[in-house]
Design a protein around this ligand. Sequence first.
Ligand SMILES: Nc1nc2c(c(=O)[nH]1)N[C@H]1C(S)=C(S)[C@@H](COP(=O)(O)OP(=O)(O)OC[C@H]3O[C@@H](n4cnc5c(=O)[nH]c(N)nc54)[C@H](O)[C@@H]3O)O[C@H]1N2
Ligand SMILES: Nc1nc2c(c(=O)[nH]1)N[C@H]1C(S)=C(S)[C@@H](COP(=O)(O)OP(=O)(O)OC[C@H]3O[C@@H](n4cnc5c(=O)[nH]c(N)nc54)[C@H](O)[C@@H]3O)O[C@H]1N2
Ligand code: SF4
Ligand SMILES: [Mo]
Length: 811
Amino acid sequence: MKDDGVKIIKTTTWSPGPGCHGGCGILVHVKDEKVIKVEGDPDHPWNQGRLCSRCLSMTQYMYHKDRLKKPLKRVGERGEGKFEEISWDEAFDLIETKMKKIRDDHGAESFIFHQGTGRDIGGWISMLAYAYGSPNWMFGLSGISCYTPRLMMMSITQGDFAVVDASQWHEKRYDDPEYVMPETVTVWGQNLPATCPDGFFGHWYVDLMKKGTQFLVIDPRCTWIASRAKLWLQLRPGTDAALALGFIHVMVKEDLINTEFIEKWTNSPFLVRTDGECPVLLKESDLKKDGSKTNFIAHDPVSDSTIVWDTEKQAYDRYGLKPSMEGEFNISLTDGSKIKAKTVWTVYKENVEQYTPEKVSKITWVPADKIQKAARMYAKSKPSALHWGLPIDTIPSTIPTSQAINHLWCLTGNLDNPGGNAIARYAYDVVTYPYHAGGSVLSLPPEVAAKRIGMNDYGPIKDFRAWAQPDKVLEQIFSGDPYEVKGMWIQTANPIACTGMEPKKWRDAIKKLDFTVCVDLFMTPTAMLCDVILPAATFLEKNSLRAWWVPLNAIKKVVEVGECKSDIDINIELCKRFMKDFPYENTEQLFDKLLKSADITYKDLCDKTWMIPPKGHPSRPYFRHEKGLLREDKHPGFRTPSGKIELFSSWLEKWKLDPMPYHEEPPYSPVSTPDLFKDYPLILCTGRRMGPYFHSEHRQVPWLREQQTDPVLEIHPDTAQKYGISNGEKVCVENWLGKITVRALLTQVIHPDIVMAEHGWWFPEKEGKEPSLFGVWEVNVNQLIPMSHEGKGGLGSPIKSMLCKVYPNVA
Ligand SMILES: Nc1nc2c(c(=O)[nH]1)N[C@H]1C(S)=C(S)[C@@H](COP(=O)(O)OP(=O)(O)OC[C@H]3O[C@@H](n4cnc5c(=O)[nH]c(N)nc54)[C@H](O)[C@@H]3O)O[C@H]1N2
Ligand SMILES: Nc1nc2c(c(=O)[nH]1)N[C@H]1C(S)=C(S)[C@@H](COP(=O)(O)OP(=O)(O)OC[C@H]3O[C@@H](n4cnc5c(=O)[nH]c(N)nc54)[C@H](O)[C@@H]3O)O[C@H]1N2
Ligand code: SF4
Ligand SMILES: [Mo]
């Protein structure tokens, strides 16, 4: 405490407040039980004192006059805007009665638990869903098109998620002796200085730039980083798989791959049966002779014969041979039949053969010589690190696209090495999000999990992450098939303004349900349609923790505002009402359980504020695959079924998806729908982030709103001229699904054949009740993007690559 009565408290950010995925260290200045200022904590290794405008505006956000401060109950018709304040006891009683009745009458699965992006919520909302008994916990974005595709593809390919190593695992950061600066960082469809997404802080790229790292940028727009890059490839949206395969083609042709790494750590020497319609990975049971593990094959030059052996180690010991990466073999199977087989690497090379720079250039619009140059720049740099962003998730071909890009670092050995792609695990393995029905907080019995919507349609929905599939959920709300959906709990989501594609369908869906609850901090277009609204606390008004990825952080309750409650407290109270033997009495008990793997109590973590795992811990780099730190069986290798990086994916094969990467056109494009393209001759890209705003949030906050008052459409000056549009003019953006009116921003950063629209817009100052819903229908670009276009595995959707026309708004 200083003399002026100001207390300074160290804590960590996480939603709600900035909204952001970041976990910055801050110093909170408190006077008379009120926050008067927030500043960056210079000692926190993550942000080292730096802060964005959203955190710096926290006082305006948390003490805003429009903040919800008491529970509300709807008293008029849905959407009429008539609510009355009720006490928390009344709210909990009402919710308990209504939700239990739906559970009794229709089964727990008929209630959907809907969240938005990954913030401090996944653990607590899935806990509530499971305590109630519903398997239908959902992130409402069509095709779950944010982060989940990335997480899943990296998990099934290499067993773990990986990010650019910007020294974030070290207390001393760039000065740590173990750390090596990346020679090149490739930024693939990501705008980090504005977005700081997913456990990464934008300033780290600026730090690396200053220290001499060169940048390769792949983006249809000339972003801030692109303007400072050594090489920038301006590709057509949604063609990233072709580009990555073009890189691989060049790398293989010019021998820019790390053969030693590929031989040792990937499944390239495994055998693929090639005499059927499509290549099939041969299983151990097909090959084994005496019950031993048989995975490798080689050509013995002495006897000129094919050797199939038990384990890699035995092969080395017994024959002194390395597995053969390449070749075609005649194999006798255990059932006596004879077949033809090739190694994975052989079929892999055949697959990439077709992606010549010339062909890829036609698909992507990137000149062939630039493709070659970029592939060389990426592959020759040592170490080389690569990060991809949201646009790789927001396409129906997200699975093969993520896979192709992921392979770049697997083929060059830039994985788990300093300055390459570091494997990112939750600090100390403290996990709150469930990755399967056996979640970290509560588990779901298999017969209940089996009712998850989308489970029977898509392998990834069945086996990874435990989300319900949102496109199928929306369809089922209207069809009632195979069972009726009766209610929705919405916590951290705004489907009408942001998360939902075809948002008018979501409006009708919400209004069709028997009972809906929204937990938010402000009245939103979505909350306006709900039956009960609960006021949530900001991160400065709650206790919580964060382990995404490092450090392990405490979030501390500093003050209270109105009667707002934290999401965790709200959910624990309801869990106790819905589940007889709910195991946690309060948040601290729950946190202590989650922190067991870090061997610390929540109270002690609060005293420290943050902790970084020590060297040698499985959640800290490097070279853990060599030391047996990644796998449960403690063997060297990766956390995949085979222990190898699976270039030919056994999971994709199991899900009846193509096991190797390929290019697929977006569903609406000049190539796939040439007739539509005649009427809608511009590619509509959406959702490039705005620094002052997090998605649909923050339009109320004066310091943020003054940075940008209304939504804009980025359009190239030549294109604007062609359509008679001048800078700042209101324009209509239209396609066969809908129309919005926004302001034209003439800018050379965008390709002439592409326009970029912002997402998440509504106007808190406009009429809230229907039909206006805060003016959301005038500006919400999601009206031009369809639902039910999810990709083959139930993941991905065409959020960033649609078609449209643009014309001056003369009305
Ligand atoms: N300020 C702010 N920060 C945020 C958010 C926010 O709303 N506001 N949202 C957060 C969330 S949930 C997310 S998912 C992240 C997303 O953050 P990022 O992963 O950085 O993604 P975007 O900003 O959507 O797009 C990044 C870049 O991709 C380019 N791009 C568009 N289409 C394509 C394509 O087909 N291929 C390639 N290669 N590039 C393309 C765009 O031009 C843009 O420059 O940001 C997070 N951070
Ligand atoms: N066209 C287009 N649409 C997009 C995108 C795009 O690129 N283009 N991006 C998509 C992506 S990647 C994402 S992740 C989604 C994001 O979609 P959302 O996560 O739904 O977006 P937000 O507007 O950040 O948050 C929704 C609501 O949650 C409230 N909220 C925030 N934090 C908390 C909290 O901790 N507790 C509670 N109870 N409430 C909270 C906010 O006040 C807000 O009203 O949007 C998607 N929509
Ligand atoms: S808005 Fe910026 S400063 Fe705030 S938590 Fe996110 S990354 Fe950190
Ligand atoms: Mo996202």
